[in-house]
Every structure is written in C-alpha cells, then in structure tokens.
Design a protein around this ligand. Structure first.
Ligand SMILES: NC(=O)c1ccc[n+]([C@@H]2O[C@H](COP(=O)([O-])OP(=O)(O)OC[C@H]3O[C@@H](n4cnc5c(N)ncnc54)[C@H](O)[C@@H]3O)[C@@H](O)[C@H]2O)c1
Length: 419
C-alpha cells in the first residue's frame, strides 16, 4: 500500500518508519522544511530512544521519503498537533488544514485515519464534511474514514507502537475493519474495532483517568501536610491493597497529553464534566502550592536565590511542553527570588537552564528537586554543601536520598509531608 503520513513529529515519524519497515511505501509530509530535509538525508531531529537508528535503517529500503504536501496515496494518516487554546478549548487548526490538503488528492477506495488526540465528533463533524465537499466523494461509500488514537509513551515509542493494544474507530464498520487491517501490518497488540466517536472518547477518558488519579494524590498531599501524615508513606501503604493504585503527587502535571486532553471533554459537556474540571484545577494549583511552601522555607532570607533541579515535564526526557516546573520558576521569580535551573536534558535551551549543577547551585538558599531524573537519585550532597549559601533542600518528588542530604548538613523538606 502507499501510505501518506501527515505530521512527522513524535508520533508521525516513528509511525511512518514502522509502516515502511512493514513493507509499505510511505510518504511523510510535514510543513516544516527542516524536518523534511533532515529525513530525506536519513536524519532525525527529535530525540527518541532508537529512532535515529531505526529511521536510518528504514531509509536504506527506499520505502520512506518526505515532502511538504500530501500526494495521492491509498491511505492517509493525520498525526498533527492538537494543542489547547487560552480558553481551554482544542485548537483544531492543524487537523483542519491537513484534512483540506489531503482532500484535494483523495480518490475512490482511499482510507483516511486521524491519529491526533481530538474532541469527540472530530471525524464526523469536522473531517467528514471537509473531505466530502472538496473531493466530491462520500464517506463510507467511496472512501473509508476513522480514528485510531495513539497511546505510546515518549522514551518507549518504538516498542509501544508495536506492542500496545490499539483501537480502530471507524465512521462505519467497514472503515473500522480497514483501519484494523492496516495497523495489523506491524501491531502485535490486540486491535479492537469500534466507532469513531467511541475511539475519540476512549483516548480522552484514558488520560483523564490518570489526571484524576494524580489530582487525588495531590489533594491527599495537601491534606496530609495538615494532618501530620507523610503522603508518600500513605500512598505506598494504600497501594498494598490489591485493588488500589494511587499515583504520585508532585509540583503539577505537564506534557501535552494528560494536562490537555481532559479539557477536550470539559469543552463538550461543561455542566457534566465537573469532577474532570476540578481534577484539572487541582493539578494546575500545584505550582502555586509548591511556591508557597518554598517561600515559607525561605522566609527571612534576604534576596533569596533558588536552584531548581529538573525542568522537563517528566523524568529522563528532553520535553518541556506544559512543564509545571517552568510555572514554578516563574512564580518564584514573581515572589522576588532569583532562580537558576539545572537540567541535563535541556541545558542551554534557555539561558537560565545550566548543564553544570554546582554552577547552578552556587550561592543558592534553596535547592528544589522538580523532576525525578535518574541522576538526581545519587546527588553529591557534600559537594553541593560547599557551593550553596544556605543548606535547604525541598524534594517535590520524594526522590532524593534524604539521609545523604541530612548527613551533608542539609535541611530536607518534602512535598506532602510536614510530620
Ligand atoms: N507525543 C506523544 O507522546 C503523543 C502520544 C499520544 C498522542 N499524541 C497526539 O498525537 C498528535 C501529534 O503529536 P506529536 O507529539 O507527534 O506532535 P509534534 O508537534 O511532535 O509533531 C507534529 C508535526 O506536525 C506538523 N504539522 C502541523 N500541521 C501540519 C500540516 N497541516 N501538514 C503537515 N504537517 C503539519 C508539525 O510541523 C510537526 O512536525 C497530537 O494530537 C498529540 O496529542 C502524542
């Protein structure tokens, strides 16, 4: 089959390479000329485990190439961004423009699949009318259409693309079946056929489930601080129950999925999605809550200087999108702190994010662990003690070695515990 994948980012590029590796002819399309040129040279400009090697290997087969606009194909996959607007509604501009562009080359018998995470009704109400108007063809009769959401986790994308279970949501049952058949060319997980609206809602509900669970952990953290309980110990004990699995609290929820997708449900049913909205707001309150605790630790300190360890939205990745730690830094600055960050994954992307920890920590009155990057498990507290002004360490992830901190003379503070 000839497959056109529109959007060559974290999702579209690995997916293109998978289809090409499975024997299909793949044309990857991206508006960003830099991405297109790099791919045509066999290079990858995003960081993802094993991706550069895999793409280089696939390029040798001659079955993958890149260009800037869709061309006539048997199947189209849309994997463009679906960010959120200021008013917390989905920004569907990219899906809309990708749909328009592919509609111009759509022909009888083609298959169109939306992979981007989207509000319920995107396939039926946004894509179908555009595709039908521009092509003059009829969905279900002349071409197939549907949604197959992506569930991969950055860092493990290649493995999860193959092994995760997948949903094939069709505009009609034939579309669902064709989608399932196409992905079966490389997916080893179970592929379940359903309708497009259910598939759209399914992706949003999965991420919302996680967001609500984290909000519960964050709410417990606040309650535990008042009640003289260590929330981390509490959650560990609760999770010994065979049917309980509470996630971890922290300084907020980031990334462009869990912090965004619940709003796509709220947007459709604002008066019903009350718990979903509250959970979002609870998680969004954590940078401010964390700032308040930091300021309490710093009370009485003149011209306080803070060093934040880790600024990405989760550990061991180079992605800062929607990171709550960035908001924490801004809030600390608003309170009059001078703030420098350390992060081995994104050092240099901003002037205030340094690669050298002792330089970042120089003269600091407070070190805040914002992200549980693996390397922070074994911090050299003795060396840090030499460089800071005041030995205060605030762990928002229950991750650093508290006894090593204490042994080096640091006062160790933990989010979710004042006991
Ligand atoms: N990254 C993840 O871990 C992940 C996981 C599950 C779902 N998703 C969803 O997948 C979708 C894509 O996410 P991503 O992380 O790959 O985004 P990304 O930003 O990494 O890549 C998207 C690419 O699409 C390109 N693009 C935008 N409009 C275009 C157009 N009209 N024509 C051609 N190219 C266009 C951009 O230049 C960009 O390179 C989003 O809806 C996201 O929510 C992402």
């Amino acid at each position: 089959m000839k497959i056109c994948v529109i959007g060559l980012g974290y999702i579209g590029l690995p997916t293109s390479a998978m289809f090409a590796s499975a024997g299909h002819e793949v044309v990857g399309v991206d508006k960003n000329q830099r991405i297109v040129d790099a791919l045509n040279r066999g290079e990858v400009i995003i960081t993802e485990n094993g991706l550069a090697e895999f793409v280089a290997e696939v390029m040798k087969t001659g079955r993958l190439r890149a260009t800037t606009s869709p061309e006539s194909s048997d199947a189209f996959i849309i994997s463009v961004p679906t960010p959120i607007k200021e008013d917390k509604t989905a920004d569907m501009r990219f899906v809309e423009s990708a749909t328009r562009e592919l509609a111009a080359v759509l022909k009888k018998g083609d298959l169109v699949i939306l992979e981007s995470t989207s509000p319920v009704g995107t396939v039926d109400s946004l894509m179908k009318p555009i595709l039908e108007d521009i092509s003059g063809l009829k969905a279900g009769e002349d071409f197939s259409l549907g949604h197959s959401p992506e569930r991969v986790i950055p860092g493990h994308i290649l493995d999860e693309l193959v092994h995760n279970n997948r949903i094939a949501g069709g505009y009609d049952s034939r579309s669902a079946h064709r989608i399932a058949e196409l992905y079966a060319s490389f997916v080893k997980g179970e592929i379940t056929e359903t309708d497009a609206r259910t598939a759209e809602m399914c992706k949003l509900s999965e991420n919302t489930f996680r967001d609500i669970n984290i909000a519960y952990a964050n709410e417990l953290a606040k309650i535990c601080e008042k009640q003289g309980v260590n929330v981390w110990e509490l959650i560990k004990l609760c999770n010994k129950h065979p049917r309980v699995n509470i996630l971890q609290p922290g300084p907020g929820v980031g990334g462009h999925c869990i912090a965004v997708d619940p709003w796509f449900i709220v947007e459709k049913e604002p008066s019903l999605a009350t718990m979903i909205r509250d959970a979002r707001l609870t998680n969004d309150s954590m940078p401010s809550y964390t700032t308040e605790r930091a300021m309490e630790i710093l009370s009485g300190t003149d011209s306080p200087k803070v060093c934040v360890l880790g600024v990405t939205y989760k550990p061991d990745v180079d992605d800062m999108r929607e990171s709550p730690v960035l908001e924490l830094i801004e809030r600390l600055r608003d309170k009059g702190c001078s703030v420098v960050a350390h992060d081995p994954f994104v050092a240099g992307r901003r002037e205030d994010i340094l690669a050298d920890l002792s330089e970042a920590a120089k003269g600091a009155d407070l070190l805040i662990l914002g992200v549980n990057h693996s390397q922070y498990r074994q911090l050299d507290f003795a060396a840090l003690a030499e460089t800071v002004r005041n030995k205060n360490f605030f762990d928002t992830r229950n991750f650093a070695d508290a006894s090593a901190a204490a042994a080096a003379g640091f006062k160790y503070y933990l989010l979710g515990n004042r006991a």
